[in-house]
Design a protein around this ligand. Structure first.
Ligand SMILES: NC(=O)c1ccc[n+]([C@@H]2O[C@H](COP(=O)([O-])OP(=O)(O)OC[C@H]3O[C@@H](n4cnc5c(N)ncnc54)[C@H](O)[C@@H]3O)[C@@H](O)[C@H]2O)c1
Length: 199
């Protein structure tokens, strides 16, 4: 039987399968009645346990927060960034709770280096469950303020950094038969802002 969106969520998050009758009557009520929200909440707390994740741009901002959160939820986290000093501090602070965190100095514009981080991670931990392509830069200014090098840097990191991450992780994940690739994007990709044209 083909599952609809609600049923898929129900089964994936809770393992509960709504009966045909309950589904017809009120699937949401059935979900609540069977404790769906609580089971889903518990699952989100444990879903990352023993999972391996690479996060680029992890020395600061979103990547850093993501690393701390995943580590707290039991994941083995490989934090990658060009800023090695900052990265070491982040790793120190996250490992205080006894979490498994590793720092890797990485420039995401270097495709061979990105591939090496992916293959080293898979070799060390036996798999790669999540690849977060999060590293990004912004150069402010209008068109007249941006040099060709500014454009190139922004495209190299924000576009090709992601392409490199996807290219490196995807074949491995296909081979494994599982895995998730998550690329951080920006609303500015859809709605251009006048003062950050290259971004
Ligand atoms: N902060 C926001 O409001 C916002 C909104 C939408 C999207 N984003 C995107 O989210 C991502 C993270 O942004 P953030 O706000 O946490 O920024 P951030 O500046 O705090 O962090 C970005 C990290 O990427 C690293 N980095 C830069 N170039 C790199 C390279 N070549 N190789 C490896 N690491 C590199 C930096 O060292 C830094 O640690 C970026 O892709 C950004 O475009 C941010």
């Amino acid at each position: 039987m083909q599952l609809n969106g609600f049923e898929k969520t129900l089964v994936e998050q809770t393992g509960i399968r709504a009966t045909k009758r309950a589904k017809r009557k009120n699937p949401e009520k059935e979900y609540q009645k069977q404790g769906g929200p609580e089971i889903a909440r518990m699952n989100t707390m444990t879903i990352f346990t023993d999972k391996t994740a690479i996060i680029t741009g992890a020395a600061s901002g979103i990547g850093r927060a993501l690393g701390a959160e995943l580590a707290q939820r039991g994941a083995i986290v490989v934090l990658a960034d060009v800023q090695d000093k900052m990265l070491e501090e982040v790793v120190e602070s996250i490992s205080i709770g006894g979490h498994q965190v590793k720092a890797v100095t990485l420039d995401v514009t270097d495709v061979e280096a990105v591939k090496a981080v992916v293959s080293d991670t898979a070799a060390e931990y036996g798999k790669l469950d999540y690849s977060f392509n999060n590293a990004g830069i912004a150069v402010g200014g209008e068109v007249r303020d941006c040099s060709i090098d500014d454009w190139r840097n922004v495209l190299d990191v924000n576009l090709f950094g992601v392409v490199n991450g996807v290219t490196a992780a995807y074949p491995l994940m296909v081979k494994q038969g599982f895995g998730h690739i998550i690329n951080t994007a920006s609303l500015e990709g859809l709605i251009p802002f006048p003062n950050s044209v290259s971004y």
